[in-house]
Design a protein around this ligand. Sequence first.
Ligand code: GAP
Length: 451
Amino acid sequence: MEKLIAHLKSQGFIFQGSEIYGGLANSWDYGPLGVEVKNKLKQAWWNHFVRKNPYNIGLDSSIILNSSVWKASGHIDGFNDPLIDCKKCNSRWRADKLIEEFNSEINAGVMTENQMEEFIKEQNIKCPKCQACDFTQIRKFALMFKTNQGVLEDESSSVYLRPETAQGIFINFKNAQRSLRKKLPFGIGQIGKSFRNEITPGNFIFRTREFEQMELEFFFNPSDEKDWFSYWLNEVETFLQDKIQINKENYRVRSHEKDELAHYSTATSDIEFKFPFGWGELWGVAHRGNFDLNAHQEASKQDLTYLDPTTNQKVLPHVIEPSVGVERMMLAILWQAYHEEDLGEGNSRIVMKLPYNLAPYQIAVMPLQKQQNDQALALYSNLLNNFDVTYDETGNVGKRYRRQDAIGTPFVITVDFDTPETNSVTVRERDSMEQVRINLDELETYLKAKF
Ligand code: GAP
């Protein structure tokens, strides 16, 4: 992980947040190449789950919502973590995580606060910082960031930064359904920032306090006999395998036990990824029943039911929710892509084997020597019309290949001595390092087929 972080920094993918001021704990900025990967990932998700799905539509709701939303959704009263302090060094920990790190077989999410306190005492679990075994009692720590809207700073002006994008979808269910005259079943997708004041953020971009989510709320009539939960779980796997090429051996599907389910859910499956620090949740697929629409209907006193045109009956739709973090997915993709390869004879390379559709640049164009600069530049401008291209003329060819490998550019095109006469260039593929000679008239067709 250390090597990956250093590599991503040096190549312009991810920088420490607020670095020139000594940084801000667990905040990360996406550099010129990181933002390209991130945007392409979001585009791939949007295409698969919104644009190209026959049922779904999209939305972009506010980050700050009326606080009644969070009261109704249960977040104000129930969205908290079990906080425990070390009495010796005053460091703060999530009690459930202390237990799970002590014994990875245990799921502390199903334990009560008392059970957690007793377990920590009985097992003499040590403070990870100072190794003492002396903790305070567990307290509930609210995870939502609270701030004030407007000029007054009293309770009436209190607002929260959203901890999930989902609620913005539920409160717009009626607007979206009516305006587009949607019939059940249909889903609403959204990509956007969420904020949680996590007690123990960490593991690079795996858990941060500011992050982005890609969430789909799929609404269906509870009398519908189709197994929509399996349908969406399957779509999630299709996306992982076919759209962003996550290897099957790097992830697994884990169903939640009954006592582990969130208060709103009747079934949940997590897709877990084999991160460098162990298996961790990547993507949750939850059956939320009609919990949210019902809560908002009661609290807002608005009719949020759907009138079934065939039976003429009002129904409160049920919901399946696949929800994933952009940065967590980025970590999975970048980690899987990072390779150090020994090329023999004292040569080695770092290569980012990113899926072609997520690489910051699809193609790099370079002249072999100065004499070919003009022709290479002309080819570069031409290709820019149809591809994401970069141009590099500094350093020897070997170094330039290594540079493109290091940022994951799938194809490097070299314009050389023979180009003017033969009207052809060399195209080198990143992973195999194989080179082929392609006629310039066929180049675009050749490249298009590759992507
Ligand atoms: N609307 C349901 C929901 O928010 P969640 O399991 O709390 O469910 C969904 O979050 C996904 O969001 C997670 O699977 C993870 O990918 C991402 N996520 C949650 N908290 C995160 C954090 N602090 N940092 C980065 N990603 C996070």
